[in-house]
Design a protein around this ligand. Sequence first.
Ligand SMILES: *Cc1c(COP(=O)(O)O)cnc(C)c1O
Length: 358
Amino acid sequence: MSLIEHIIRPDVRALSAYHVQDAQGFVKLDAMENPYTLPPALLAELGQQLADVAMNRYPVPSYTSLKQKICATQSVPAGFDLVLGNGSDELIAILSIACAKPGAKVLAPLPGFVMYAMSARLAGMEFIGVDLQADFSLDLPAMLAAIALHRPAITYLAYPNNPTGGLFDPADMIEIIRAVGDTGVVVVDEAYQPFAQTSFLPRLAEFPNLVVMRTFSKLGLAGIRLGYMSASPALLHEFDKVRPPYNVNVLTQTAAEFVLRHTDILDQQAALLRAERSRMRAALAQLAGVEVFDSAANFLLLRVPDVDRVFARLLEHKVLVKNVGKMHALLRNCLRITVSTPEENSLFFDAFVASLAS
Ligand SMILES: *Cc1c(COP(=O)(O)O)cnc(C)c1O
């Protein structure tokens, strides 16, 4: 038996490494990044503040001032606190570890965000996927039946959903939250909230089993890795015990506090991207053979006649999007494209039209 076979878990050995395409020289529309940066004067000011950070000191693990600034600017309801994560990916891992009692299960609709299943399995929990309907809405009877059968410890609902882009019916979501009841938590993942402008955060007090999760990533700060979640104080108290004490570094903390003093800029950028989403959706819908799905996020899901061919042609045009055609049967021939600046969107559009034709 080799060293690897001796020490590494068989399920880990069986995983394939997460493949990230090298984007050097490409118009990068594959990862829902915000194309805009801060104005130069603010960047210079931020640089000065980062230079003053005490990098020789550990962060203060309570993160009180950053949490207060998030609560104040993001309308976290009074009486609700936060747990911060190194991106929401870490929050998902924290939830998994905290809830991984023997036999505990995790449930989410499919197609959905891949980290829910990945993180559940790494923590030793069974993942139950429930297919969406063909129009990417929730299959409520199937969800309720799976909840009754499996009693999942964690149920994830991404709102809007990735990679489909739409918002689930909030009435369906509330039925799910009620059906899960006091045997599980329901995590409403609002990674795309700035583009959806609707939220479950104001409803936290209504549902003791509700967790609302958000991230700075899609807002233009994917590189600083900062996510947060809120829930009842009793739940947060337990989740916070699992969090590595210094999981948010001092540079991230300083950058986030700085940006939160300029939320008007983030709001303007999100508004530009929402306007571009409408423009692109309308233009793409005019193309013969192309189906465009409704999106409340900063990306659009498209169906084309032959996704592998279109994806390869787009690469030749130096445009990188995400081919999700093999991710799930419901996504056959689908591409996911990030909405970017008017210039990059037009570059994509022209390359896309050429790719369809050739
Ligand atoms: C992008 C995304 C996240 C964000 O992850 P980070 O680790 O915060 O960058 C979380 N949930 C969904 C559904 C996403 O699409």
